[in-house]
Design a protein around this ligand. Structure first.
Ligand code: ADP
Ligand code: ZN
Length: 612
């Protein structure tokens, strides 16, 4: 081991580290927390780091690997992810390889030879591979700088991606007593953190919990009506940018994907019912910008390291805030402004409740119920969405206004709906609180149904009192009455609507009732998506950006790599803005280091030149 725990070598090394940051990675500065983590690893400490997606975790172990003696062994759960990471590291000029079941024997032996000869800086392995006796024995003969455990939450049963094969990593300290371990995760809960530290037997680790705020994400909740049409509106508002559409059921995944294709959008479906090959193909097409959107169940997740996802739409209510945070977190990894839309309808709550009723284990059912109630609050409370998300992870958000959610942007207007609420609740009271939402709406809208005739409900006072309001309006009003605790659906009485004490107060005019201003849902999605387009763009830079993108795509296709591995969108945008003429100018752009300059400098300088 080059640097012992107390050697203090890290500080002397910092100039080296800074230089590597600039020359190899092409970055001028560390992002928040990266420097501390890099220092701790270089100084030979165990590390636990929880950072949000896009926080820049890879650099935290790739940089130490580059400057330390020996090879860093990176444990990574997904084969597809491993390949991207290695491709990206090699593009930076780092000696990186991976070992997993996809290698031929010949490739494997080649890599092992280079490993033995001390010519590798980074070796990515799957947990299964590390668990093989023979492989572990082989590693013992190698100078290992440290182990990095990526997606370390896979070790914890409390996390959302538990993987039994990760459990064997608990032995790592036994098998390699002098090795240091750095564990990384984007999961924010403290319970998972404690679990990871314990399972890996980390020795007085340097613990870093970054803020989980994602300032580049804007959150919006939209009243759901015709989901497929609304999703189409949102995608069309995003002019060819990449996005993910989450739907709960496979059936809805398929129906939405079909709908989008009919409307001329390049979309693919993704769910666990497809074969691994089909799923792999779908991921690849998305990564390589061959399709604009993937419509998926939550099975589509961890393997997605595409950095330029600009929007995520939830077509249905997610089951937990944690899930929602992770799924929306896949947007904006490159730090560029990105948008999250949640289509919300109260009827989704009942679908989730139905699933919960089928959970046998009481503790799990209880957990699912509490998850549901927090996500419902998130969607319905008129409180900053960001504040609510961070509160879930025990993080306080210091600002009054986040400027990045529909509540703070003042898009959620409220209106006095006292009169209509009274009409609605009066219809409930006059029918002895024995009927459900649909029937009460029929009464106030003056519908002529068999049920109304049968019960003589066309004779009650509020019958047809408000014909001019749409069914969607009334159902939104009923949602709000439920949400604000004025009425509830009684499951013991076939979901009949019943008044609460608070409802009675409103009914007799002793209390006001305000609701979120109702916008006909058809225009709601279009309206929301327009907001993000308002920002100014420089048309010339935009055109050059598109050109550079095409150049990048061509190189990527030729090299069979995802485009973002060549240059991120952020790098291309900066390039389009400054339109560099010299290599020195290129080097000032974030994401261009020496190796990338050597590989692509000439091509991109020419591309800029020919465009002017
Ligand atoms: P994570 O694994 O934490 O989700 P990544 O390691 O994929 O995040 O990094 C996200 C993006 O941020 C990548 O495009 C990466 O190149 C970029 N990045 C990382 N560190 C820096 C930095 N110090 N300066 C600028 N960009 C950075
Ligand atoms: Zn806010």
């Amino acid at each position: 081991m080059a640097f012992g725990k107390n050697s203090g070598a890290g500080l002397e090394l910092m100039p080296d580290v800074k230089k590597t940051l600039r020359n190899v990675f092409g970055f001028k500065d560390f992002r928040a927390n990266q420097q501390e983590i890099v220092e701790a690893i270089v100084q030979g400490r165990d590390v636990f780091a929880a950072m949000p997606t896009g926080g820049g975790k890879s650099l935290c172990y790739q940089l130490p690997a580059a400057v330390m003696d020996g090879v860093a062994v990176v444990v990574s759960p997904l084969i597809a992810l491993m390949k991207d990471q290695v491709d990206a590291a090699q593009e930076l000029g780092l000696a990186a390889e991976f070992v997993n079941s996809t290698l031929s024997q010949e490739e494997f032996f080649g890599i092992m030879d280079r490993l033995d000869a001390g010519r590798l800086k980074l070796l990515y392995v799957s947990p299964e591979r590390l668990n093989l006796e023979g492989f572990a024995a082989r590693l013992k003969g190698v100078n290992i700088s440290f182990f990095a455990i990526d997606e370390a939450h896979c070790l914890s049963e409390w996390g959302h991606d538990f993987r039994p094969d990760y459990l064997a990593l608990s032995d790592l300290k036994k098998k390699f007593p002098s090795a240091h371990i750095a564990a990384f995760t984007a999961t924010a809960t403290k319970r998972v953190q404690q679990d990871i530290v314990k399972r890996l037997n980390l020795d007085e680790p340097f613990v870093l919990r970054a803020s989980f705020d994602r300032p580049e994400l804007t959150y919006r909740v939209i009243a759901k009506s015709s989901a497929n049409q609304q999703i189409t509106d949102i995608i069309k508002g995003h002019n060819g940018e990449s996005g993910i559409i989450y739907r709960t059921s496979r059936k809805d995944v398929d129906s939405t994907a079909t709908f989008l294709k009919k409307n001329g959008i390049k979309a693919l479906a993704y769910h666990a019912g497809m074969t691994p090959q089909q799923r792999q193909k779908c991921q690849d097409s998305f990564k390589r910008d061959k399709v604009q959107v993937v419509v998926a169940t939550i099975a589509f997740g961890m393997g997605i390291d595409k950095s330029d996802i600009r929007f995520v739409v939830h077509g249905d209510l997610p089951r937990s805030v944690e899930g929602y945070y992770q799924e929306t977190g896949r947007a904006g990894r490159d730090g560029e402004a990105s948008f999250c839309y949640l289509l919300f309808s109260r009827s989704d709550i009942f679908k989730i409740r139905y699933h919960i009723d089928n959970i046998i284990e009481p503790a799990a059912a209880q957990q699912a119920k509490s998850n549901l109630s927090t996500i419902v609050s998130f969607a319905t409370k008129n409180v900053c969405r960001r504040k609510q998300l961070l509160a879930y992870f025990d993080e306080a958000y210091p600002q009054e206004n986040c400027s990045g959610c529909d509540v703070c942007l003042d898009e959620v207007e409220t209106e006095d709906a006292g009169t209509n609420a009274r009409i609605f609740m009066s219809a409930m009271a006059r029918t002895e609180q024995r009927f459900g939402i649909v029937h009460i709406i029929d009464i106030v809208r003056g519908a002529n149904t068999e049920k109304i005739r049968k019960f003589d409900h066309h004779n009650i006072k509020t019958y047809g009192a408000r014909k001019s309001y749409s069914k969607q309006y009334w159902s939104a009003l009923a949602d709000e009455l439920i949400g604000q605790g004025c009425i509830f659906q009684n499951p013991d009485r076939f979901n009949a609507l019943q008044l609460t004490e608070k409802g009675v107060e409103v009914l007799y005019g002793r209390k006001d009732f305000f609701m979120t201003k109702f916008v006909e849902p058809k225009s709601a999605a279009a309206k929301a998506v327009k907001k993000h387009q308002a920002k100014e763009v420089n048309p010339q830079a935009q055109a050059l950006f598109e050109h550079l993108r095409a150049v990048r795509k061509e190189i990527a296709d030729q090299k069979n790599l995802p485009p973002f591995v060549i240059f991120s969108n952020k790098t291309l945008k900066e390039m389009a803005e400054i339109a560099p003429r010299t290599e020195a100018e290129l080097l000032t752009i974030s994401g261009i280091g020496e190796k990338k300059l050597e590989s692509y400098g000439a091509i991109f300088l020419a591309a800029v030149r020919e465009y002017q």
